[in-house]
Design a protein around this ligand. Structure first.
Ligand code: HEC
Ligand code: HEC
Ligand code: HEC
Ligand code: HEC
Ligand code: HEC
Length: 335
């Protein structure tokens, strides 16, 4: 089983638990952060789906096609880690429902209950435009149902505000293979309470259209993903505080769920404690894996010597899909 080989970190847990003090993060009521328009990222963004030009929707929705084509949604079937993981599995068919799904909506345009069903053909299109958008009768469901003579359209609850969380959760709620069902965390998170959605954090706004009540944000299908160090950096906040016996560095989780959520990924924080004269007093490391993960809305605390005046902090992302570790944070924090 490929996924088992990618776990190489369970031994970290014992060493780590001594350092981990969990507490509520200061995320109450926080508005979702402003997202940038996704730029091409050299660090491990998936390649473009080679056969994307065969997707007919792209004739008219060129922007959507281009954005989608270089996501893991487009590559969910072709993706090497997926195909490798299937090798030798007796029930590989049970995996395909989320990696090459049939239409996700049934009668009344409601999301079908249960695990998504696998598509019989064109599996190479992965999580396709049709999977998410096509209704049982061939109409296309979207956030406004804008009328056109090109095809039937309807407004669908899965594309508006909090209704869209259920669409994402259809596949992201289950823990299976190397995957943690992050949507469960999200449902109980402060982010959900404050009105953030999966879409508001993972699909950046590219334009605003309409006026008054009809005003809405048009969003990019290029998923904001932790492979992008700038996005990953938004997931954490740091706080240095002094107590009589120690200086504490709190690392708050601002993502809408635990981090990380995929077996094999690791986030490593390295803190170098310096005295007022610049002398190094100590170094501490915190490694987050799917076993030693940082729960939603919580914080990890590193204890540093009482004489610590400032801390040099680095955050490194180890992802089996990246050629080498990527630094996503480099900061100096002073007391
Ligand atoms: C309920 C939906 C669902 C099912 C069923 C499912 N997966 Fe996945 N799979 C996902 C999601 C969602 C992700 C992405 C998670 C992430 O990026 O954090 C994923 C990602 C993966 C990846 C990681 C790909 C990469 O880029 O590294 C592998 C490998 C994988 N799945 C294998 C499997 C195998 C094997 C099965 C069958 C035992 C399976 N999946 C069944 C939803 C599913
Ligand atoms: C994982 C599900 C998913 C997939 C796959 C997907 N979409 Fe979307 N799409 C959405 C969601 C969610 C929205 C609403 C986003 C928002 O809040 O504006 C949306 C919005 C849209 C809109 C209307 C909003 C706008 O930008 O004007 C169009 C058109 C669209 N998608 C086309 C496509 C096409 C074409 C593809 C394939 C290339 C595709 N989508 C793939 C989920 C998906
Ligand atoms: C011949 C051109 C054409 C093709 C092909 C086409 N569309 Fe459209 N589609 C349009 C036009 C025009 C609109 C009206 C609004 C707009 O411009 O986005 C529209 C609207 C939509 C909407 C509604 C957006 C909303 O506001 O709610 C969705 C969703 C959508 N299309 C998805 C798709 C998908 C998925 C495919 C492929 C299966 C597809 N379209 C194929 C031209 C096309
Ligand atoms: C039909 C199932 C399905 C639905 C619906 C779905 N996803 Fe995914 N998603 C996947 C799979 C499968 C993967 C991973 C594919 C792989 O790596 O092979 C994935 C990967 C991702 C990733 C990781 C991207 C990366 O590059 O690491 C993010 C983020 C994500 N999805 C967000 C969303 C959001 C937001 C929604 C709702 C708008 C959504 N997904 C809806 C199946 C789905
Ligand atoms: C408040 C913002 C926020 C919300 C809300 C949010 N996410 Fe995330 N998500 C993040 C950040 C930041 C990361 C990167 C952290 C990491 O995984 O290291 C991330 C990572 C991910 C990943 C990659 C995980 C991995 O380990 O490969 C997936 C998949 C994902 N989110 C899906 C979702 C889904 C589905 C929802 C809604 C149920 C959601 N997210 C809600 C901010 C958010």
């Amino acid at each position: 089983m490929g996924s088992a080989q990618r776990i190489r970190t369970s031994t970290f847990f014992a060493a780590l638990s001594a350092l981990l003090v969990l507490g509520a993060a200061a995320t109450q009521g926080r508005a979702p952060w402003p997202l940038r328009t996704p730029a091409p990222v050299p660090d491990g963004r998936p390649a473009v789906l080679a056969r994307a030009s065969e997707v007919k929707c792209g004739e008219c929705h060129a922007r959507h096609l281009e954005e989608w084509a270089s996501t893991t949604h487009a590559l969910a079937w072709e993706n090497e880690p997926y195909q490798e993981d299937l090798e030798g599995r007796k029930k590989a068919e049970s995996c395909h429902g989320c990696h090459a799904p049939e239409r996700l909506h049934g009668a009344d345009d409601a999301l079908l209950a249960g695990k998504p069903a696998a598509r019989k053909d064109e599996r190479h299109f992965g999580v396709s435009c049709e999977s998410c958008h096509m209704a049982h009768d061939g109409a296309l469901l979207g956030p406004t149902g804008a009328p056109t003579d090109k095809h039937a359209t309807r407004k669908g609850a899965s594309f508006v505000g909090a209704g869209s969380n259920a669409l994402c959760a259809a596949c992201h709620r289950t823990t299976v293979g190397p995957v943690i069902g992050l949507a469960r965390d999200f449902e109980e998170s402060k982010a959900a309470e404050s009105g953030a959605t999966c879409v508001s954090c993972h699909m950046a706004t590219v334009a605003e259209v309409g006026e008054g009540e009809a005003r809405r944000e048009v969003r990019s299908h290029a998923l904001q993903s932790p492979r992008d160090p700038a996005f990953l950096a938004l997931g954490f906040e740091y706080e240095l505080s002094a107590e009589s016996s120690a200086v504490k560095l709190a690392i708050h989780n601002l993502a809408g769920h635990r981090v990380p959520g995929l077996i094999g990924r690791e986030l490593e924080f390295r803190a170098r404690a310096l005295a007022a004269d610049g002398k190094e007093l100590a170094t501490e490391t915190l490694t987050l894996t799917t076993e030693t993960y940082l729960p939603v809305d919580e914080s990890a605390v590193l204890e540093l010597p009482a004489a610590t005046a400032k801390v040099q902090l680095e955050g490194w992302h180890h992802d089996p899909r990246l050629e080498k570790p990527v630094r996503f944070v480099e900061r100096e924090l002073a007391r």
